[in-house]
Design a protein around this ligand. Structure first.
Ligand code: SF4
Ligand code: SF4
Length: 392
């Protein structure tokens, strides 16, 4: 059987020519994949992306998302940008706007996939760990989808790319009837809660400040109070705690599998070959865009990949990051990393290949792949010579 194709455009540019730059190459990639294979005329098409956080500005740049919107419009599809409630719905839209992501910049409206309150979802059978999980309704009801992922590190899975984008971001905030946080069921072991160790706590307040739902507060006796009703079990507080005073009930192997299982649930709602993945391997930072800041990248910009195989594109992305040069003025240097073997594991302590392999075991795609390079956008007459060449 032939290997799935992963289209790749390198971020480097060797000519003073738009068609040789990443935007020109990206236009050619969108042309080469033939969107009509995935999207029919008049269909609503969610373009699933992360909208960043206040302080996390290294999301996929609007100019690239706009190219996707234009390409979908060109074949008479009806694109909208979508993301699920992570920050409270309205606040998230304001944050997106502050990050330069809005209808004017993107060319299509932003629609919260699980509704402005994060309660609009449909239960989908998932697998042995979760049994079933609430998939965001705007994704559930869509016939086709484009998944746009900014590739970076992640606190729980080591790496956040397309699988994390769907396995977390395609799942609704809360279940309407039970009020249980759907994504929180993945971050925390079932039926367990965050614990606080007073003796280790230095009262730095970082946990309180980082909580997106104001679930944490110190009382008059300096006891940390956790509002379990408000807590969505995202794990950010435990991530930033410098003393290990907040402990997340989590098991890495289980989390990596559960992420693949939730991705499987989301993808089950589409017919085969109706979802396209676009990975931006640029500004490869150590943490997710969920955090309230961003750090310098671990490696130089690599480029963009497109494939209709989620496992192939994720494996290719990680493999390519691991062949890249290291930037020492980043978490790489902080952690004393000198070899580029499994960089995200060395930076985050979590092995990202685990959830990619788990996704393959769930039948979501192939660990083998074939790279097809896109070197430039051909001129209207089909010629590919650059207008000027830097390297000559
Ligand atoms: S896990 Fe921590 S940061 Fe996340 S909502 Fe709960 S208390 Fe807030
Ligand atoms: S981040 Fe940790 S050390 Fe700081 S206040 Fe919270 S629990 Fe205490």
């Amino acid at each position: 059987m032939s290997k799935p194709v992963v289209y790749f455009a390198n971020a480097r540019c060797h000519a003073y020519d738009y068609d040789y730059g990443l935007l020109g190459k990206f236009e050619e990639m969108l042309n080469r994949v033939n969107l009509e294979k995935y999207i029919s005329a008049k269909e609503y098409v969610p373009v699933k992306m992360h909208l960043g956080s206040r302080g996390a500005y290294r999301t996929v740049r609007p100019v690239f998302v706009r190219k996707i919107v234009e390409a979908v419009n060109k074949i008479n599809g009806q694109p909208f940008i979508t993301e699920s409630v992570r920050l409270p719905g309205l606040k998230y839209l304001q944050v997106a706007n502050a990050n330069g992501l809005n209808e004017q910049s993107l060319g299509a409206p932003i629609v919260i996939a699980d509704g402005i309150f994060g309660l609009d979802s449909v239960k989908v059978e998932s697998g042995p760990i979760l049994n079933e999980i609430g998939v965001c309704s705007a994704i559930y009801d869509a016939p086709a989808m484009i998944v746009v992922s900014h590739c970076k590190g992640h606190i729980a899975s080591g790496y956040g790319g397309a699988i994390k984008n769907l396995g977390m971001g395609g799942i609704a905030f809360k279940d309407r009837s039970s009020g249980i946080s759907q994504r929180g069921r993945m971050h925390f072991l079932e039926n367990e809660e965050l614990t606080w160790n007073e003796e280790k706590c230095n009262m730095c307040y970082q946990c309180v400040n980082v909580c997106p739902h104001e679930s944490l507060a110190f009382d008059e006796n300096n006891q940390l109070q956790i509002d379990q009703e408000k807590c969505i079990r995202c794990g950010r507080c435990a991530r930033v705690c410098p003393e290990g005073a907040l402990v997340l009930p989590q098991n890495e192997d289980l989390f990596q599998k559960v992420l693949a299982e939730a991705t499987c649930a989301v993808l089950k709602t589409f017919d085969k070959k109706r979802v396209l993945y676009i990975n931006f391997i640029t500004e490869v930072i150590p943490e997710c865009d969920c955090m309230p800041m961003t750090d310098t990248p671990l490696v130089p910009d690599i480029g963009i990949m497109i494939s209709d195989d989620i496992v192939a594109i994720e494996k290719a992305t990680l493999d390519m990051i691991n062949k890249s040069q290291l930037i020492q003025d980043s978490k790489v240097g902080d952690n004393g990393i000198t070899t580029n073997e499994n960089i995200f594991k060395q930076v985050t302590g979590k092995d990202p290949y685990k959830h990619v392999k788990a996704a393959a075991e769930y039948g979501l795609g192939s660990l083998d792949y074939e790279i097809e390079m896109i070197d430039c956008k051909p001129k209207p007459d089909g010629s590919t010579a650059p207008k000027s060449v830097l390297d000559k």
